[in-house]
Design a binder for this molecule. Structure first.
Ligand SMILES: NC(=O)c1ccc[n+]([C@@H]2O[C@H](COP(=O)([O-])OP(=O)(O)OC[C@H]3O[C@@H](n4cnc5c(N)ncnc54)[C@H](O)[C@@H]3O)[C@@H](O)[C@H]2O)c1
Length: 384
């Protein structure tokens, strides 16, 4: 079973490297320069085929790589099998109680994270290991929010990749925007044109979702609590509204805020029967599912990742992807935007390993790393 899944993941990795070989270009260099020789690197990432493709190239640079699943709901069994076959220690959380502590038990020298769970566990529960850690890397907006909310100063340097010039502009906006609508089409078979969609949150992710919805001839309303972002949405040409009035005519509601319990039971009750709901933000609780579950009187599993819930008032709604980020659950959209930020991640790990004399605190990803990643992406787009 696992070998079948690994085969599917291997084919996917082959396709990725054939059409956008940016990781191959990097892997070839790391195989020569061996930047991580003798080091242990702990990574907390979504365990997708793209991650497997990244880690296999990173391994060419020496070092011992240990991974935990950022979210069991986005873990691809084939990718895990590929990684384990390559000799990587992978903790998915299904077989072990605390996957982050398991990674830390390998005493990593560099820790890279999506969502600040691995770094948070390091600070709170394994502070005894801090003197071994040269630096950390945080990749997501949600993780950056969490690290900035800490009361104590950061005890190690943490490079923030999310706020560089590339990730917001390309992966968060175009990658997620394209990916979620592909996933909706695949899961539901719905023709998207003419559907009314409420996009909740208008950061880079919400903006991309709205743009790609408009390109598919959907009609978009934006809900945004920050007046500046709401004004951006207005000038980008979208009507804006409060959540409940916006939901009254919604065919689809999508969250992209990085906050919890954003779509409430009241909002779903206000929406027309049959509304489709999904999340594109990092976590799995942007839709207040705990409250919704209390109000549900019937559950129908329509298909994998498609569950229909009937409320006591006979209205129903359909949740896609179990509330997890839908594009990641479905591995949908072009891999190129994710591979680009993986290239930035790889180059950042190399930079830390080589020159790692950074001061504790949040650091910007160096501009030269982003320039190199962008130049390599252009090279990968036009292979000779
Ligand atoms: N699915 C993916 O592949 C993927 C990729 C990148 C980022 N993310 C995640 O997507 C989320 C959004 O990322 P971003 O970079 O756009 O973040 P962001 O913080 O720039 O934007 C989020 C927006 O949501 C708004 N917001 C917060 N609470 C709200 C509420 N209750 N109602 C309406 N609006 C609200 C904020 O004001 C903000 O403008 C984060 O969790 C991020 O980690 C997911």
């Amino acid at each position: 079973m696992d070998s079948d899944r690994a085969l599917v993941a291997e084919r996917e990795i082959g396709r990725i490297n054939a059409f956008f070989p940016i990781l191959r270009l990097l892997g070839n260099r790391w195989a020569v320069s061996r930047p991580w020789e003798g080091m242990t690197i702990g990574l907390n990432l979504h365990l997708t085929t793209l991650t497997a493709a990244l880690v296999r190239e990173l391994m060419l640079g020496g070092g011992h790589f240990v991974l935990s699943a950022a979210n069991p709901g986005t873990t691809d069994a084939g990718a895990v099998a590929v990684l384990r076959n390559a000799g990587v220690d992978v903790y998915t959380g299904r077989e072990l109680e605390d996957r982050h502590l398991q990674v830390l038990s390998h005493r990593p020298n560099i820790v890279a994270d999506v969502g600040f769970d691995l770094l948070g566990t390091l600070f709170e529960r394994r502070a005894d290991l801090l003197d071994k850690v040269i630096a950390g890397v945080e990749i997501t907006r949600s993780g950056v929010h969490r690290l900035r909310a800490l009361e104590a100063p950061l005890p190690i340097p943490i490079v923030n990749i999310n706020d560089g010039r590339l990730k917001d502009a390309i992966e968060n906006r175009h990658g997620v925007g394209e990916g979620v609508w592909q996933a909706v089409s695949r899961l539901t078979g719905m023709h998207l044109a003419g559907r009314r969609v409420v996009v909740v949150g208008y950061g880079a992710v919400g903006r991309g979702i709205a743009e790609y919805a408009r390109a598919a001839n959907m009609s978009v309303v934006v809900v945004e609590t920050d007046p500046i972002r709401r004004l951006f949405a207005h000038h980008d040409g979208y009507p804006t509204a409060e959540l409940i009035p916006a939901c009254r005519k919604a065919g689809i509601i999508v969250t992209a805020t990085g906050r919890s319990k954003v779509v409430t039971l009241e909002a779903i009750r206000a929406a027309p029967s049959g509304v489709v709901v999904f999340n594109a933000g990092h976590g799995r609780d942007e839709i207040d599912f705990a409250a919704l579950r209390e109000a549900v009187e019937r559950v129908d599993h329509i298909a994998d990742q498609v569950v229909r819930y009937r409320l006591a008032n006979k209205k129903f709604f359909t949740l896609l992807g179990g509330g997890n980020p839908l594009n990641i659950v479905m591995n949908s959209g072009s891999p190129e935007p994710v591979l680009l930020h993986f290239a930035v991640l790889g180059l950042t790990l190399e930079w830390i390993a080589r020159f790692g004399d950074l001061k504790p605190g949040e650091c910007e990803v160096p501009a030269e790393i982003e320039h190199r990643a962008a130049a390599m992406a252009l090279e990968a787009l036009n292979p000779a």
